[in-house]
Design a protein around this ligand. Structure first.
Ligand code: PHE
Length: 344
């Protein structure tokens, strides 16, 4: 027995492979079986000179361990390979799991708002996000010097011409387009869509958000009709016990104008940090369509009257699901979106 034969055996063990379990068994018998090569070396060990026993003994033990480890390794590899191929060939195996996505809370809220107004007989109208000054401002009775036209609030698009092109700041522009198109009332539309304002992004404000605006024009439409429509909408949206309050306000395109608050559905009027202790939450702006707006779109204000209202979808969703930071709607963090998987 000599070191060379041990080294050679080591190399052979390291290089050996197996395709099936039988190969592994043959390898084991060849090395460690009764007549195996390592077994034989252990037998020869008896004849080794006493002063070399220690060194050879160690080497032999290492060799044995190496062989045992190799046998384990080969067996595992063969078994793994076998299960992989049988599983692949098993046509009765169920398919891979896939995760269902969820609808975005803004879509959920929008669909719910639209669904409620559809029941009231409103149709959905849509229009362009890139608009001109006429549809966003002039036709809506904004005087030329009105601050909302200012660069602070509106994203203007640089053009070669004198025509002002901009990202719409509200979906009232779609109401103008609808009036221009339909000319003869009754008109009953809601206009959902994305709007843009030049605001710093924070928990309560964003430069992109979504609105649903509504318009109803017919003979003899009154402020009482407006109030009733808003009240019925709020009851459908927030539950039968919700109360509303209308505060006088100002919009260039409505007269009189009002802002609407709903009773806080979190503290039920007792006062909490969402409603800032007041028990009320502002949800929309509304009013009777200004006669100038009707005229601008070719509708005779002596014959027809109408009301309009507009609300932010983010705000409605915020109140419904108590989302405290607007930015979450835009970040698309899957953990946040998953919370809406069960909302249908
Ligand atoms: N357009 C208004 C806004 O964006 C909302 C509104 C619509 C107010 C219709 C009154 C009537 O804030």
């Amino acid at each position: 027995m000599n070191s060379e034969s041990i080294e050679e055996l080591k190399a052979r063990i390291a290089a050996s492979g197996a395709k099936k379990l039988q190969d592994v068994e043959e390898f084991r018998v060849g090395m460690l079986g009764k007549k195996g090569e390592i077994t034989r070396l252990f037998e020869e060990f008896r004849t080794v000179a006493p002063e070399q026993k220690r060194e050879f003994g160690q080497k032999l033990n290492q060799l044995k361990q190496q062989a045992q480890a190799k046998i384990e390794e080969l067996r595992e590899a063969v078994e793994e390979e076998q299960t992989a191929t049988t599983v692949d060939n098993d046509l009765t195996r169920p398919g891979d799991d896939f995760e269902l996505g969820s609808r975005h809370p803004i879509s959920l809220a929008r669909e719910e708002i639209i669904g409620i107004f559809r029941k009231f007989g409103y149709n959905v109208a849509e229009g362009p996000e890139i608009e001109d000054d006429w549809h966003v401002f002039s036709a809506l009775n904004f005087p030329p010097e009105h601050p909302a036209r200012d660069m602070q609030d509106t994203f203007f698009i640089a053009t070669d011409t004198d025509d002002k092109i901009l990202l719409r700041t509200h979906t009232s522009s779609v109401q103008v387009r609808t009036m221009e198109r339909m000319k003869t009332p009754p008109i009953r539309v809601i206009c959902p869509g994305r709007v843009f304002r030049n605001e710093a992004i924070s928990a309560r404000a964003h430069c992109i958000f979504h609105q649903v605006e509504g318009l109803y024009i017919d003979r003899n439409v009154t402020f009482a009709d407006l109030r009733q429509a808003i009240l019925l909408f709020c009851r459908e949206m927030f539950g039968p016990d919700v109360r509303i309050r209308m505060r006088p306000s100002y919009f260039p395109f409505t007269e009189p104008s009002s802002e609407v608050d709903v009773s806080c559905n979190i503290c039920h009027g007792k006062g909490c940090n969402i409603c800032k202790g007041t028990g009320w939450l502002e949800i929309l702006g509304c009013g009777m369509v200004d006669p100038n707006v009707l005229s601008a779109s070719g509708i005779d204000p002596d014959v027809y009257t109408g009301f309009a209202f507009g609300m932010g979808i983010e705000r409605i969703a915020m109140l419904k699901w108590q989302v405290k930071d607007l930015r979450m709607y835009f970040e698309n963090d899957v953990r946040f979106l998953k919370e809406f998987q069960t909302v249908v």
